[in-house]
Design a binder for this molecule. Sequence first.
Ligand code: GDP
Length: 302
Amino acid sequence: MVLAALGQQVGAALKKIVDSNSVTAEVLDEVIKDLSKALIIADVPIAVVNKFRDRVRKRVNLKEIAPSVDVRVMIQQAVFEELVAMMTPTVDGEKVPTFKPKRNKFNVIMMVGLQGSGKTTTCGKIARHYKKKGFRVALIGADTFRAGARDQLAQLASTVPAPCFTSDVDDPAQVAREGVARFREAGYEVVIVDTSGRTQQDEALMAEMAAVKEAANPDHIMFIMDGTNSGKIIALQSEQFHSIVGVGSHVITKLDSDDTKGGGALTSVVSTGAPIAFIGVGETMNDMQEFNPESFVSRMLG
Ligand code: GDP
């Protein structure tokens, strides 16, 4: 995965600082250039890279640094914090919190995304995640479009294990409404609604999502995105889904895949103001991690 390569390249660039006898403007320029190159190779959008470069430069003004300040530490800190900032949506300077279901309450999470993005698989992963945290969890198969999606979800549910509501009815809004009513009545705490995707975001999908949203009345909407897509595509998808259903958080899947560059996927959704809640790192039920930009960048840099 290219993200590991990014970590190595950022580490190598920072090592130039550590190894230099004195941190001159030339050394700093070279390091910032190396860092920018590494980010571009990882598919981080140019505008984001430029912002990163400008902010690091602004923070590390060699002419104005007091002699008591360790300039090496200062640069490392600035790079670390600006990498974190790239993946952290903020509102009025405050980090946007990730969604946490409330205990002993009825929390409905609606999962949306394009076909093949890993939505159904992620429903199972999320169900297991919250079940492990001690919530009473249930699933609803409202993807009536993709043949086999309901059986796939029911099968995943049996491995969680968690009850799963599916129906032969073709109207996804009706399925969602019925499932939500049943699980509310039965006292479940986290109910995850799988919905239909399409191969692209067309009008039928957008209308269907709006109808299911109205029927399920979700507390939170998660947008599942395929992390092997370029940052440009991810940004476009994110904007469109956001404007139709109001995305609360993102899950970026397939970051384990050889096809992912990762940097674009992880930085392109920030502008929507909705954080990345989880990342998918494999096909099995355990291959999902909670996403926290600080610990992610720490791990990336080794
Ligand atoms: P849906 O059409 O969005 O419901 O997609 P599925 O859940 O059926 O997933 C599509 C394919 O992506 C399946 O082969 C999944 O096993 C695979 N997949 C899902 N998440 C991940 C992930 O994090 N990593 C990898 N490598 N594959 C994944």
